[in-house]
Ligand binder design. Structure first.
Ligand SMILES: Cc1ncc(C[n+]2csc(CCOP(=O)(O)OP(=O)(O)O)c2C)c(N)n1
Ligand SMILES: [Mg+2]
Length: 536
């Protein structure tokens, strides 16, 4: 039986439909074209947070999604607002994060395209279609609840990725009849038994197994650990997988596939189980791993399961279900005792872990004090939201331990700058009781520096640690390595602490470890973000 019809405007129908799908918070910027959505938001009980640029909205929704496991939602007006959000959606696509953008669009009916309407773009949905997993332009008020339900269904099915719904501005303004469309039950992709049998056979015959866990494994952390313990397999995590197995677990090797130690582990192994991992060039840096004939892949995305490494066996399924079935098939083993140094795989894991740590400590040496300070302040339960800066991928990734999945957020594949502050705001809104730190370079901070004002307005305790090498350090290094003249990579830093204060935050300079420790503790107790400027 269909639900009762109500008469409402398109904009209010959007707000209502979002609330019906459990949306509690949206990041957005109002404009002439989306006012009717805004009129509906508070009536629908949805909290609205104000980024200072739509790219900040997208990153905040992404950070929120990563730490809560729920879709993050942004609301924008049309044209330039959508293109401003596009980079953040590209980042969410490449890291498989569900983010929904609801945008106003050009009118459905005349005056139509080409007459110079405000924010007119030749083909906005077409442009976004080249960036996200799915776009849809709504054509009637009645369709809105269906379109929103479809968007949520798509984000909950298979590989989670960003989606865009565009609603023409005349459809937002006009009235129509709508009927509620509930969310379908979350679909689960069960593993085919024959694939599980084949995987169990290959893995149980291995003498030296290993497990690689990507971002797609993060929601199956318990199963990943149990399978690793059952197989006696050392575990290395990708950047997005970091923390899926706690980095003080006896079978943990650490994070970052670019480490020579991970390559050595793979070479030393006669079977490798890869769970929810792209094995992407953006993770590997030094070329593909040699996995020929010995890799079992578990992936929810059948296309991904054959990309970057051809599997000997693949299980296309939800990671938790596939690993659960694999455990059943492998049968009960001896209980894993964390203190047992003779447990299978533990000595091997320790060897590769020590190698990775030595490597990581060397590459992180310029930031050793900073990272030690963060480790002490964050404990086991903190969350680091990092930018695409050397302090993150040469520093924190290998040298700052993670103990929980999705406790190290990083703009991996797409590799954009300006992620840290807005994504950290999203993470802190999603997990208000946890300690969240934004970790940025000086260059990346300036890409979305306005979001400090958004953090101040939201009143959140958020240390924003800026590791300042006065320029685009990574690119400076690459130009130097090539023997090129340095061009466009050196610049004077602003007074970051004063800049933070000007934007409504606290701001301090931390010249040494003691000053950093004090600044972090104060920042966690504050009613607003604190910019902590750490000159390198
Ligand atoms: C949107 C975007 N523009 C340009 C780049 C190229 N890029 C990569 S790293 C980098 C330097 C970043 O500087 P900073 O944030 O200070 O970090 P550092 O490299 O100094 O550690 C640049 C410009 C990029 N990754 N993303
Ligand atoms: Mg820099």
């Amino acid at each position: 039986m269909s639900a009762v019809a109500t008469t409402t405007t398109g904009g209010r129908a959007v707000a209502h439909a979002l609330a019906a799908h459990g949306v509690e918070v949206v990041w957005g910027i109002p404009g002439t074209h989306n006012l009717e959505i805004y009129a509906g938001l508070s009536a629908a009980g949805i909290r609205h947070l104000s980024p200072r640029h739509e790219q900040g909205a997208g990153f905040a929704a992404d950070g929120y999604s990563r730490v809560t496991g729920r879709p993050g939602v942004c609301v924008t007006t049309s044209g330039p607002a959508v293109l401003n959000a596009a980079t953040a959606l590209g980042q969410a696509y490449s890291d498989s994060i569900p983010v929904l953008l609801v945008a106003a669009g050009m009118p459905l009916r005349a005056p139509g395209l080409g007459n110079g309407e405000l924010h007119e773009t030749k083909d906005l949905v077409g442009a976004l279609d080249g960036i996200v997993a799915y776009t849809h332009r709504v054509t009637s008020v009645a369709e809105i609840p269906v379109a929103v339900a479809q968007a949520f269904a798509r984000m909950a099915t298979g590989r989670p990725r960003p989606v865009v719904i565009e609603i023409p501005l005349d459809v937002l303004a006009e009235e129509g009849e709508v009927r509620a469309v509930p969310a379908p039950p979350p679909p689960v992709l069960a593993p085919p038994p024959s694939a599980v049998d084949a995987a169990a056979a290959l893995l149980s015959h291995a003498h030296r197994p290993a497990l690689l866990a990507g971002g797609g494994a993060s929601r199956a952390a318990a199963e990943v650990r149990l399978v690793a313990e059952r197989l006696g397999a050392p575990v290395a995590c990708s950047i997005n997988g970091k923390g899926t197995v706690a980095e003080d677990h006896p079978l943990s090797v650490g994070a970052g596939y670019a480490a020579a130690a991970v390559r050595d582990l793979v070479d030393d192994s006669d079977a490798v189980l890869v769970v929810g991992s792209e094995l992407a060039p953006a993770d590997l840096w030094l070329g593909p791993l040699d996995l020929g004939g010995k890799v079992v892949r578990i992936d929810v995305d059948p296309a991904q399961a054959v990309t970057n490494a051809v599997p000997a066996v693949s299980i296309v399924a939800d990671a938790g279900l596939a690993l659960g079935a694999l455990l059943d098939e492998l049968g009960a083993g001896e209980d894993f005792e964390p203190g047992d140094l003779d447990a299978p795989g533990v000595a091997r894991a320790a060897r590769f872990r020590e190698a990775l740590r030595t490597e990581a400590r060397a590459s992180a040496a310029p930031w050793a004090d900073l990272l030690d300070g963060l480790a002490a302040a964050l404990g086991r339960d903190g969350i680091v939201v990092a930018d695409n800066a050397m302090v993150a991928y040469n520093g924190a990734l290998g040298a700052l331990s993670a103990y929980h999945p999705r406790s190290f957020l990083f703009p991996t594949g797409y590799g954009t700058l300006g992620y840290a502050v807005p994504a950290a705001i999203g993470a802190k809104i999603g997990r208000p009781r946890d300690r969240v730190v934004a970790l940025s370079g000086d260059g990346g901070l300036m890409f979305t520096v306005g979001e400090l004002a958004a953090g101040a307005q939201a009143g959140i305790a958020l240390p924003v640690v800026v590791s300042d090498n006065r320029g685009y350090g990574e690119i400076r290094r690459e130009m130097t390595e090539r023997g090129d003249p340095l061009l466009g990579v050196d610049f004077a830093s602003p007074d970051f602490a004063a800049l933070g204060r000007a934007l409504g935050c606290h701001g301090v300079v931390a010249e040494d470890r003691a000053a950093l420790d004090e600044a972090l503790e104060r920042a966690f107790a504050a009613d607003r973000p604190t910019v902590i400027h750490v000159p390198e």
